[in-house]
Design a protein around this ligand. Structure first.
Ligand SMILES: C[S@@+](CC[C@H](N)C(=O)[O-])C[C@H]1O[C@@H](n2cnc3c(N)ncnc32)[C@H](O)[C@@H]1O
Length: 201
């Protein structure tokens, strides 16, 4: 389904990074390592690389990853890209300073828990997670995202899921989004910035 959606020369989500990522660009630190999960056509991973983050991107769609590679070439940055299923991705332990998940709500609660566990595992102690998505209010707005309430995030879901992290910022809000043809219009959004705790002892 996703691969067919990306089988067009147009960038379905645009080539500009998500506004969320731009607003959190202070966390993109030159020379640090970053992983962009379900990164799609590369708009976010390329922005990470442009900011000096040594960036690995993964997505399940071959067409999307080919477009991410083309975007990186066009912008003159290096990206380590991977076509891979997030559910079988090797979340190598303590490997990244930064993990970015933007609009990755294609799974329900059980698989979401697996993905969150992987993201936590692959972050280095002290590393930062940037997560951005929709809240259940998005279903009524219908301006992007899957039509499944159970896939949406709430403050409570994220607070519980990242109870073992230091939550630096968590907020739900509505605003106009224009991120390609796929995400367009007033949207119900949620942002999470969380830090993996240093291991004790
Ligand atoms: C809503 S798009 C967001 C893409 C990108 N994060 C962005 O913000 O532009 C969701 C992405 O998840 C990818 N995806 C869906 N199922 C996946 C899976 N099982 N493994 C890896 N990627 C997957 C799709 O190919 C698509 O690129």
């Amino acid at each position: 389904m996703w691969n067919d959606r990306f089988a067009t020369s147009k960038y379905v989500f645009g080539t500009d990074p998500a506004r969320f990522l731009v607003e959190h660009a202070d966390y993109l630190i030159k020379g640090q390592s970053g992983l962009a999960v379900a990164d799609g056509e590369g708009r976010n991973s390329v922005f990470m690389a442009e900011n000096g983050v040594v960036t690995t991107a993964m997505d399940g769609s071959e067409n999307a990853v080919a477009k991410a590679n083309a975007l990186a070439l066009d912008r003159g940055v290096a990206l380590n890209t991977n076509v891979a299923d997030i559910l079988t991705w090797d979340w190598a332990e303590n490997s990244f300073d930064l993990v970015v998940g933007i609009f990755i709500q294609f799974v329900g609660p059980t698989q979401r828990a697996e993905i969150f566990a992987g993201m936590k595992r692959t972050l280095k102690p002290g590393g930062i997670l940037l997560l951005h998505g929709y809240t259940p209010e998005q279903l009524a707005l219908g301006t992007g995202g899957p039509p499944f309430k159970e896939n949406m995030y709430t403050d409570q879901i994220l607070t519980e899921a990242f109870a073992d992290f230091d939550i630096l910022d968590l907020k739900s809000y509505q605003r106009e989004v224009q991120e390609g043809s796929a995400h367009s219009g007033m949207s119900a959004l949620i942002d999470l910035v969380a830090r993996k705790r240093e291991q004790k002892g």
